[in-house]
Design a protein around this ligand. Structure first.
Ligand SMILES: CC(=O)SCCNC(=O)CCNC(=O)[C@H](O)C(C)(C)COP(=O)(O)OP(=O)(O)OC[C@H]1O[C@@H](n2cnc3c(N)ncnc32)[C@H](O)[C@@H]1OP(=O)(O)O
Ligand SMILES: CC(C)C(=O)C(=O)O
Ligand SMILES: [Mg+2]
Length: 557
């Protein structure tokens, strides 16, 4: 047996329940959010936030629309105490925002907590004690009665202290900490004992917060625990059931979502999921999940970069590039087939219709992200993505056959460089491949005349120091030039594809012309760009011919 011995870990027991109702529900409204960034998030940091950082994060939380914010554990440290005072004394709490503070169920800490809150208009006092089997037996050395006694004494003292400050509108919150490791009947019993003290009413409800202090099971089991609890707890109509999940198994958001289906009214969490160990439930992700399903998340997350920047500066923690919704790479496709699908969906998109773009669960623009970052190019990319970048950055709308031709050049470049190919590098490669091609021949002066329904072209063609005179005729300048080159080279040239567009709307707009020729059974592409469309066409044709000349042995006829 190796040290990697799974038999060391007993499986979490499922909840004996039949007729569970939550699986048939859907999430159609946002819960009441409570940010615990300034408390749970803060207590997990290598360096707890300074007053200035807390203040900055507070301003952001208010701006995003949080109405309940846990601002600290004022009996724990001078910093936390002072921050609460700073908010109250400087009138920094908007009318519609309620601050929340945490305390253990210990008399001195509760007294100090109320001291910190003196003069506040409205506040949530959040008191907790651990109720789980492990904590009872190993940390507190108490039986169930002993744990209920701590909770009830704490609840009474909270109530007594509140009575000393009648000018404040008090809301009480109780957490049976480590709820998910607590026998459910006991969790109900201890919460009933607390609310028997507080006597909440539907008009003045108490908050019962049911934490997955450590995530111990699959999220469906957490939902079962919440539904089981809600069905049995006394005074349910006078309680707001709150969730507080942690992310030890990576499912904190899923657990909170299922917990809301199971009957919870409120969710505590942090921005980007900072918090103890693997973090708290990430409110940004859960709120954006609601948003992506057409539900108003009741938070304004439209300036995601500001949220990221502020969180980084306050927590000193980086954001993973693949963090849901917020990470630097989450709206970026490198792989060819994804790029192709995104490009096609975006091109067909009608702004008035619901969002339906393959591989993009939401419109990046909704959270201040630009379309530039949606498609990025490396050796895994394909023609669709490359064309998308050229169109967005330089206005070049490459026809499909040219996309195929050019993607070979980009692929070779990407493989050689073993790195991402930036948009400017793609454009440089395009110019080098088609526009600044130092080919064998270059076009000098030309004249076109029309007589008897046919166009005739005379041109001079430079080759090094020498010059040739060309003559051709056909229907239009393009056909006449192809004819002239055919006669000059003694090769069969067929114009296979022709496409053109203006590069901008301005009066002196440049035109770009894309050409594909078949020369002796082989296809060659060329591009011309000029203020004059005829010049652009002739340059495009000559570009394709020069490509043929580079690969086929051609002598002037
Ligand atoms: C899951 C959570 O996130 S809970 C919140 C956790 N957050 C924090 O702990 C951050 C802030 N805490 C602190 O700064 C400190 O712990 C303080 C100031 C609150 C208390 O500090 P201290 O009294 O020095 O020590 P400590 O926290 O170790 O106290 C443990 C004692 O409190 C008891 N205790 C712990 N939690 C609780 C509680 N919720 N209610 C009542 N008693 C409690 C323990 O049984 C232990 O008792 P003992 O001294 O008789 O053995
Ligand atoms: C204090 C409680 C709610 C907590 O943070 C937890 O249990 O995770
Ligand atoms: Mg917590």
């Amino acid at each position: 047996m190796t040290a990697f011995d799974h038999s060391k870990y007993p499986a979490f027991k499922p909840i004996a329940m039949s007729n569970r109702r939550w699986p048939d529900k859907t999430l159609d409204t946002a819960p009441t959010w409570c940010s615990v960034d300034l408390r749970d998030g803060n207590q997990a940091l290598i360096e707890p936030m300074t007053g200035r950082q807390k203040s900055r994060l507070w301003d952001l939380l208010v701006k995003l629309g949080f109405k309940e914010i846990e601002v600290g554990f004022p009996s724990a440290s001078g910093h936390d105490f002072d921050f609460v005072r700073e908010l109250i004394d400087n009138n920094r709490i908007p009318e519609d925002v309620t601050i929340q503070v945490l305390t253990q169920a210990r008399p001195d800490l509760i007294e100090k907590t109320f001291e910190a809150l003196k003069g506040v208009r409205r506040a949530i006092v959040h008191v907790y004690n651990s109720t789980s089997t492990v904590q009872r037996e190993q940390v507190f050395g108490l039986d169930r009665e002993g744990i209920i006694d701590i909770a009830v004494k704490g609840a009474k003292l909270v109530q007594d202290c509140a009575a000393r400050y009648p000018e404040t509108e008090w809301v009480f919150e109780y957490s049976p900490e480590s709820f998910t490791g607590t026998e459910l009947d006991f969790a109900v019993e201890v919460c009933n004992a607390v609310t028997a003290v507080w006597q909440p009413t539907p008009e003045r409800p108490a908050i019962i917060n049911l934490p997955a202090t450590v995530e111990m099971s699959t999220p469906n089991v957490y939902a079962d625990q919440i539904e089981w609890f809600c069905d049995r707890v006394e005074r349910r109509e006078s309680l707001l059931i709150s969730l507080h999940t942690h992310n030890d198994r990576g499912c904190a958001v899923a657990a909170a979502e299922l917990g809301v289906l199971a009957g919870a009214d409120r969710v505590e969490g942090t921005l980007m999921g900072n918090g103890e160990r693997t973090g708290n439930m990430d409110i940004v992700t859960m709120a954006m999940n609601l948003y992506s399903q057409g539900v108003d998340p009741m938070l304004d997350l439209s300036n995601m970069d500001e949220i990221i920047q502020t969180c980084k500066e306050c927590t000193q923690l980086p954001l993973h590039p693949r963090h849901p919704y917020a990470g630097e790479l989450v709206f970026t496709a490198f792989s060819g087939s994804h790029q192709d699908a995104i490009k096609k969906c975006l091109a067909r998109r009608d702004e008035t219709s619901p969002w339906e773009v393959a591989y993009l669960p939401i419109d990046p623009a909704d959270i201040g992200r630009s379309y530039e970052e949606v498609i990025r190019i490396n050796s895994q990319s394909g023609k669709g993505g490359i064309a998308y970048v050229l169109e967005r950055t330089h206005g070049l709308v490459l026809p499909r056959w040219l996309q195929i031709d050019f993607s070979r050049a980009v692929q070779a470049y990407a493989e050689a460089s073993e790195a991402e190919v930036e948009p400017d590098a793609i454009y440089d490669l395009f110019e080098k491949t088609y526009l600044h091609d130092q080919g064998r021949w270059c076009l000098g002066d030309y004249q076109v005349s029309r007589a008897d329904g046919a166009d005739r072209l005379t041109a001079s063609l430079n080759e090094g120091q020498s010059s040739h005179t060309l003559n051709g005729e056909g229907s239009g300048v393009v056909a006449s030039f192809v004819d002239a080159m055919q006669r000059f080279m003694g090769r069969k040239i067929v114009l296979v594809e022709y496409s053109e567009h203006a590069l901008s709307q301005s009066a002196d707009a440049e035109a770009v012309c894309y050409i594909q020729l078949n020369i002796e059974g082989e296809r060659y592409c060329g591009v011309g760009r000029s203020h004059d469309i005829v010049q652009a066409s002739l340059d495009g044709i000559l570009g394709a011919i020069n490509k043929a000349a580079a690969t086929q042995a051609i002598e002037a006829a």
